[in-house]
Structure formats: C-alpha cells, structure tokens
Unconditional design. Structure first.
Length: 276
C-alpha cells in the first residue's frame, strides 16, 4: 500500500478563549482526519523545528500570533525557504497579514465597517458616540478599546485602526472550505458573541460573503467571513479570518460537522496533489 500523507497539525490545546474551547474542536477534527492522514499534533512554538518531517503543515487553532510574533515570522520564513506546504497557504491577504486589509477594503468601497488608520482620515468615518481602537496586529479582541469622539485626540496612531462602533442587530459567520460555502452561524444576542445558532443564509448573504472570498484568492484552505447586520438590514464585514479561524463546530448540527470533515479532507487531498 502507498504511504499515507503525513500532516503536522498545529494547535495550542491549552489556549483559553472567552466562550470557546479550542482544544475540543481540534481533538475532534484531528481524530477524523486521521482516517485519511498520519497526523501529529504540535504547539505553534514547535512547528518550525518539526515541519520538515511532514508532507504539509495544517495550522488550526493556534491562538493569536501576537503572543509569539517572532517565532511565527521565523516559521513563515522557514516554510518559504524550504518550500513547505502550509494549509492555509501563507498567501492570504486578510487576517494572516494583520488588519490593514480593513483600511484597504474601505478605500476600495467594499461593504466593511468603515476603517481608517490616520488621524487626517477621521472625517471619512460616519459620526458615532463611541469608536473602536484596534491594534493592526490584534486578534481575539486583544488590545481592543473603546473611546469617545473627544478621546480620539489622545489616540496614538502607531499600528492601530479606528472604526465607529456600529449599532448592529446580530453577528453572523460564513464558513468556507476552498471556495465552497459550508455553513453559517449567527449570534442573536450582540452581547454574547460566541453563543451561536445555525443560520440559513439568503442568496444575497452568500453573494456578500463570496465577494471577500474571491478578493482573498486563497485557493485551498478554510476561511471565516464575519459580518454584522445593521439596523438598516445591511451586512458589513467585521473580519475575514484566513489564518486559523475557529469554526464553532460544536454549535453546528451533526450533519453539518460531518459534511465539513468530508470537505476539509477532500480539500487537503487536492492541496497535496496540486503541490506535489
């Protein structure tokens, strides 16, 4: 029998996220992928040292890289130098590179929460009682703070973004494998972001989400499009997660989880065949 492809599955099983258990999701996914692949789990700090012994590296719930930025950059550099297959490929244009894409998409006229990164651009934002100040390298709400309009004068504009705080009805997340939509979940209560329920998207909802998937041009991998529904009924992009998106699989129906496993397995086989 031909040797089974070997995967180094990168996850931080000890990372504690508010309202989520990353470890449960990765224990489930890695156990199911083992049906088709030989898998070893490792902490993100060990990935660079171990990856040469595997056909590909699968980056999953590895936690915010700002906690180990230097090691993450070393991992990227080593993978590029050795031609290591990394899933998702390290060519993403969204959260994989920080939050600058929110500014770029705002300037390009995409339906995103308006975002600026220079004080002279503040007049481009709609008026609001409160503004969000986010680190460009932030993740998982690390470093996020809210200020009033008067307090914007005291913001230090070094590596941060500013957005108006949107009064929205709910948040919704669209999950994709490669270019294929898998499922959507939404948080009916804005104050409980990770208390999610299945959501049946309309054709207009999917067209919205696909605009960002198409913009990102990630041929293989998992992406999550996070959006908020405004009081006027529009969707605005909150985040395009293309590095290590948490999937909230435990909140999805069993049939949805099984379909996702099949889609991810097929995607990984295509990924390895395309780059072999």
């Amino acid at each position: 029998m031909p040797a089974r492809p070997s995967l180094l599955y990168v996850t931080d099983l000890t990372y504690r996220a508010r309202g989520r258990r990353y470890c449960d999701e990765d224990i489930f996914l890695s156990s199911r992928l083992r049906e088709d692949f030989d898998i070893a789990l490792c902490h993100p700090l060990d990935a660079a040292a171990l990856m040469d012994g595997f056909r590909a590296v699968v980056v999953r719930n590895s936690g915010p890289v700002l906690h180990y930025q230097e090691q993450y950059e070393a991992f990227r550099a080593r993978a590029a130098a050795r031609g290591t297959r990394v899933y998702n490929p390290l060519t993403g244009r969204a959260d994989m590179r920080g939050k600058q894409y929110l500014v770029d998409l705002t300037e390009a006229g995409y339906p995103v929460i308006p975002t600026v990164d220079h004080p002279e651009d503040l007049p481009l934002l709609p008026g609001a009682g409160t503004y969000a100040v986010k680190p460009k390298a932030g993740a998982d709400s690390v470093g996020l703070r809210f200020v009033t309009a008067d307090q914007l004068e005291d913001v230090t504009w070094d590596g941060v973004l500013v957005q108006p705080r949107i009064d929205f009805r709910y948040e919704v997340s669209f999950h994709f494998v490669d270019d294929d939509f898998q499922y959507a979940l939404h948080a009916p209560d804005p104050d409980r972001r990770w208390v999610l329920e299945p959501y049946e998207p309309t054709e207009a909802d999917l067209a919205f989400a696909r605009r960002f998937i198409n913009w990102n041009t990630v041929g293989h991998g998992i992406q999550r499009v996070d959006a908020c529904r405004t009081r006027d009924g529009d969707l605005l992009l909150v985040e395009l997660e293309d590095l290590n998106p948490y999937l909230s699989l435990a909140r999805a129906p069993e049939a949805t989880r099984e379909a996702f496993v099949r889609s991810m397995t097929a995607s990984l086989h295509r990924f390895l065949s395309a780059d072999s």
